[in-house]
Design a protein around this ligand. Structure first.
Ligand code: SF4
Length: 275
């Protein structure tokens, strides 16, 4: 069986940057998981003494707090600064962008619509920057009941699919006088998705590697399974099952934006052994 990696996969710019920042700040603590990959978080803890703090109140004056790639709500950031915590901001610049847009457009009186998952940390952060609140929607049906003004600004969660975002904007544009659409979907997501789509059209079995709670890995998996019914979302090599590869000729591999190369390599090694 041949094993082929997607043309683009794995760590994106924002995650590489956040890990570098964490490694440069030994003896610090991240507020919430730095990235959606528990194995990488363990490595940072063991090798760099970068721990994980879930409760904002556990940070004291002088502590070093690393802010995760997804960002945090504005009031929480303000609390850390108020308490003279040493804040090291590893928020991905592609996440800072929709935060700024929400702040600026809401100051100008636009109603803010965010296409994304209300419970996702990125969206909780982005929403907090809208001065007068924001509407978070996941599909067109959510929009139908909203009472929006004439002037609307729309942003999307960075990991959303462009096709789905277009459905939201196509619904809004003919119904409102002014709709400002900001493309806040990040290129890393596009590139990994396009490559996974291409490879899954050819593969007999597709392995998508990434944290079970990583939204961009779940998206990659949903693209893969559309084209290749034998697609599997795994976190590491231990999740592999040999029966998946029986009589298969081409195994495609993709990985989410928070999946380190060392995990991908272990998966490849194990698949090689199985086949
Ligand atoms: S997927 Fe995009 S937005 Fe998210 S951390 Fe990576 S580069 Fe930043």
């Amino acid at each position: 069986m041949k094993i082929e990696l997607a043309e683009k996969y794995g760590f994106c710019f924002g995650v590489k940057r956040a890990i570098k920042i964490a490694e440069e700040n030994k003896n610090s603590s991240t507020y919430g998981p730095l990235i959606h990959n528990s194995k990488e978080i363990e490595r940072l803890n063991l090798d760099f003494n970068v721990s994980l703090t879930e409760d904002l109140n556990d940070f004291n004056t002088g502590d070093k707090a690393v802010i995760r790639t997804h960002g945090i709500p504005k009031n929480e950031l303000a609390k850390l600064y108020d308490e003279s915590v040493d804040v090291i901001d590893a928020t991905c610049p592609f996440v800072t962008k929709p935060q700024q847009i929400c702040e600026e457009m809401s100051e100008e009186g636009y109603s803010i619509v965010i296409f994304g998952d209300e419970k996702h940390p990125e969206i909780r952060g982005v929403k907090s920057y809208a001065k007068h609140g924001a509407y978070v929607v996941t599909d067109v049906s959510d929009l139908k009941s909203l009472k929006l003004g004439d002037r609307i600004a729309v942003v999307a969660q960075t990991t959303r699919r462009a096709e789905d975002y277009l459905q939201i904007t196509n619904f809004l544009i003919p119904r409102h006088k002014e709709v400002r659409v900001f493309n806040t979907i990040c290129n890393a997501t596009f590139e990994n998705q396009d490559a996974a789509r291409k490879l899954s059209r050819e593969a007999d079995v597709m392995i998508v590697i990434g944290g079970k709670n990583s939204s961009n890995t779940k998206q990659l998996y949903s693209i893969a399974v559309e084209n290749c019914s034998n697609s599997y979302h795994i976190e590491c090599e231990d999740d592999l099952e040999s029966k998946w590869f029986k009589d298969k000729k081409l195994c495609g591999i993709s990985a989410g934006a928070s999946t380190p190369d060392w995990i991908i390599q272990k998966v490849i090694d194990k698949i090689e052994n199985i086949s």
